[in-house]
Design a binder for this molecule. Structure first.
Ligand code: LLP
Length: 424
């Protein structure tokens, strides 16, 4: 489903002109399409039809309560990676039985919170974590449901910073040690080792690494079953890529086919943890042009910046630049850099793009900003967080208003020696 389309020359999200949102809510602003999120979720649900698969939305991609609830209402669970996300998932209305808890560094406090919430599964990534979880669960008189996250030593062929399944990455337990870990788990009174998990990286644009990782997981599952381990679940992780710059990405159906071919014969329930592929292309970041500076190189200076969308700076990521007014057929295109007002050369949203002319007050949509955008934003340069808007059909709602300026320092406290207010 394409939620962002020109109608009579005006860029719409579903049935709402984005210019209306820019006018009423201001810029910068994040705008998300409910229809696009629902379509992305249904693609997974349909792809796995006939199989027992729980789609656990990786809420790190976009943890707005309304976004979480949109997926929960469709039947999704969530994948959380901190006590904060766990609390936020609960605040969105999720019950523990639809929550899985991943991450390499869960604290004992977070483990207790997960146990208290009665979560479906802890994805355990090291032996020390397994032992700590055992102690926490035992002290609470509980048994923790565990999936051991295996590091399959597979290169996901994605950006260096978001590749997670190679031996050198910090994630998971080397697959060669897996049997040993399950055997240890079997001896720990506070642990129910009932699953295997993998997650090899994010923004995967090829199925081959999935096939390699799932195959390794399947081989291991068969060995463990023969060892007498009661496996109840296979967690496939997330990572399916999206089209940022016209890349050809596998569909959820392709991904499900690989899972079925490599693991289907085991007949075990599965979990999948997609984040980006559920929300990434459901969102845009709206920005207004402040100035255009053209001294040989054309800089379109916007009111959105690296503090709103860090991905271009951090990962050299590509976000399409789309004017709200469709360029006339004969518009003269020229190269432009789209930059923000932050005092760093690295503050850019898009470099060296072929773009039509822009003038101050024009509004631009930076595409693919539904995932890893607002959640990675900061207040750098004391820039308040941009609002978030959710669209459904022909109406929209502000699901988080623009941060008030004072809210940026509201929690700061003067030490006693500065509390007098005397700045002389
Ligand atoms: N499961 C685990 C264990 C993960 O670590 C992640 C993402 C996911 C699932 C969801 O992956 P997805 O389906 O969204 O690819 N900030 C980076 C992406 C970091 C991904 C971290 N882990 C970016 O902006 O590209």
């Amino acid at each position: 489903m394409e939620a962002f389309t020109y109608r009579s020359g005006a860029l719409h999200v579903e049935d709402v002109p984005l210019s209306r949102i820019a006018q009423e809510v201001g810029t910068p602003a994040f705008v998300y399409s409910t229809g696009a999120m629902e379509a992305a979720y249904r693609a997974y649900a349909d792809a796995f039809a006939g199989m027992d698969v729980l789609v656990c939305y990786a809420m790190k991609a976009n943890s707005n309560l309304a976004v979480i609830r949109t997926f929960a209402a469709l039947g999704a669970g969530v994948d959380v990676v901190s006590g904060g996300e766990l609390a936020q998932a609960r605040a969105a209305g999720l019950t523990g039985d639809r929550i899985i808890f991943a991450g390499v560094g869960k604290t004992r406090e977070e483990m207790a919170q997960g146990l208290e919430a009665g979560i479906l599964e802890f994805n355990v990534e090291s032996e020390p974590e397994l032992r700590a979880l055992n102690e926490v669960a035992s002290a609470m008189g509980r048994r923790a449901p565990v999936a051991v996250r295996i590091n399959p030593d597979v290169d996901a062929a994605t950006h260096e910073k978001i590749s997670t399944g190679r031996k050198k990455d910090k994630f998971g337990i080397p697959w060669e040690r897996a049997r040993e870990i399950y055997s240890l788990a079997g001896e720990l009174p506070g642990i129910d080792a009932e699953g295997i998990a993998v997650h090899i990286g994010s923004q995967l644009t090829s199925l081959a690494p999935y096939r390699a990782a799932f195959t390794r997981m399947g081989e291991l599952a068969r060995v463990l079953l023969a060892d007498g381990v009661t496996l109840r679940r296979l967690d496939l992780g997330g990572g399916l890529g999206i089209d940022y710059a016209g890349e050809d990405v596998p569909s959820a159906a392709d991904y499900a086919r690989v899972a079925r071919e490599t693991l289907g014969d085991l007949g075990l329930p599965m979990v999948t943890e997609p984040g980006r592929s559920l929300v990434g292309n459901a969102g845009v970041l709206l920005a207004r042009v402040v100035f255009v500076k053209d001294e040989g190189r054309r800089f379109v200076i916007c009111d959105a910046a690296m503090n709103d969308l860090i991905r271009p700076t951090l990962y050299d990521a590509w976000h399409d630049v789309v004017p709200l007014l469709e360029p006339a057929p004969g518009a003269v295109m020229g190269e432009a850099d789209f930059v923000g007002p932050v005092c760093e050369t690295g503050d850019y949203l898009a470099l060296e793009r072929q773009a039509p002319p822009f003038a101050p007050d024009d509004v631009i949509a930076f595409r693919s900003a539904g995932a890893y955008a607002r959640v990675m934003a900061s207040n750098y340069n004391s820039r308040p967080h941009a609002p978030e808007v959710l669209v459904r059909g022909d109406h929209f709602a502000v699901v988080r208003p623009r941060q008030r300026l004072e809210a940026m320092w509201a929690d700061e406290v003067m030490p006693p020696w500065l509390a007098g207010g005397d700045t002389a």
